[in-house]
Structure formats: C-alpha cells, structure tokens
Design a protein around this ligand. Structure first.
Ligand code: C5P
Length: 193
C-alpha cells in the first residue's frame, strides 16, 4: 500500500514548498493539484470539456503561475463536473508506490480522506500576500486583495470547499523559516510512519 501525504491550505501558505520538500525527503511522487485547475481555466472554452481533455502539454504552460490564472482556476474549480473530471487522475497518482504527496484544497477531505498524514498549512493573510508578491514581482496590497478573494471563493463553494480535515495537523508557517516549516512537516510524517 502506498503511503499518502495530503496537504491542503489557502494560497501561498507554504504548502507547495512543504509538499516538494516532503516528496524529496521521503522519495515520494508529488502532485501540485492546483495545476490541474489552473490548466483547465487557462484552456478556455467549456471548462468541463477542458478538464476532461487535459494533456501533459496543458500542464506545462509557462503562464499558469500568474495571479490571473489563479483567479480563473478558482472560478472553474467551483463547478462540480470540473472537479469530478479530475478525480480519477488524482486517485491514480496517489496510488503510486512507494508513496505520494498531493497538495491542494480538498486532498485530505475529498480526494484522499484515508491519507496516512494530513497537513493543513496556514499563514496570516499579510505574510501570504508578501510571499506571493515577492514571487510574482507584484504589489503586496494588490496580492492581499487577490488572495482574500480567492480564499473566500474557495472556502464558500458548495463542492469540496477549502477546510481542514478533522484529523489534519495544522501548521502555521507565518513566523517559521522555510527550513523550520519543512522540519515540522517531516516530524509530523515520521510520527505517522
Ligand atoms: O494552489 P493553487 O493556487 O495553484 O490553486 C489554484 C486554484 O485551484 C485554487 O484557488 C482553487 O480554487 C483551485 N484548487 C482546488 N482544489 C485543489 C487545488 C486547487 O479547488 N485541490
């Protein structure tokens, strides 16, 4: 049985960095599930058809990291048929030996509810906006508005809203260095192994 690590949290909380580090540390596969939604939104046209027809080339587009792609992703991510179209791929990914790390919004609650470890990574709105602004070379105040709008949409939607699983370990990275955040995440996984 592969070992599954589910990581959820709002935008720019640090979950992607932690997911990558855990996958390297444990030798597991890593899937940034946000990319599936970003690629679906960026394809344009009927989002359900876009989600059903995603190709590796769609996932490799260099423009998927922008704030606009994030907003478009968050809009189409509220459509139940879009989410349903992406489930099988995520399940197949999670079934790979020796294990997999998936990060997103609904991994611990919907996609992998039986994951061995569930992390819910958070950080203050201001810290997240500053991080995203540095990453994208954008204005922190504008990023703050953008992140709050996206988090609001992601947590208010009816299907698979952003929320911690009941058994998730909550990791607040606001005042942690990247190294400290990673080492706490590794400890949480070690405790479950
Ligand atoms: O994590 P990232 O910022 O790339 O995600 C982009 C958007 O995709 C999120 O704001 C959210 O609406 C959606 N998403 C989702 N479920 C996931 C991953 C991402 O709804 N598992």
């Amino acid at each position: 049985m592969p070992f599954i690590i589910a990581i959820d949290g709002p935008a720019a909380s640090g979950k992607g960095t932690i997911a990558r580090a855990l996958s390297q540390h444990f030798g597991f596969h890593h899937l940034d599930t946000g990319l599936l939604y970003r690629a679906t939104g960026a394809k344009g046209g009927d989002p359900v058809a876009a989600a059903r027809g995603l190709t590796p080339a769609d996932l490799a587009r260099p423009d998927l990291r922008s704030a606009e792609a994030g907003q478009a992703a968050s809009r189409i991510a509220a459509i139940p048929e879009v989410r349903a179209a992406l489930v099988a791929f995520q399940h197949r990914f999670a079934a790979q030996d020796p294990g997999a790390v998936l990060d997103g919004r609904d991994i611990g609650t919907v996609i992998c509810p039986d994951a061995e470890v569930k992390l819910y990574v958070v950080a203050s709105d201001e810290v997240r906006a500053a991080r995203r602004a540095a990453e994208l070379g954008a204005d922190p105040a504008q990023m703050l508005v953008e992140l709050r709008e996206r988090d609001q949409r992601d947590s208010q939607r009816a299907t698979a809203p952003l929320r911690p699983a009941d058994d998730a370990v909550v990791l607040d990275t606001s005042d942690l260095s990247i190294a400290d955040a990673i080492s706490r995440a590794i400890t949480a996984v070690d405790l479950a192994r």
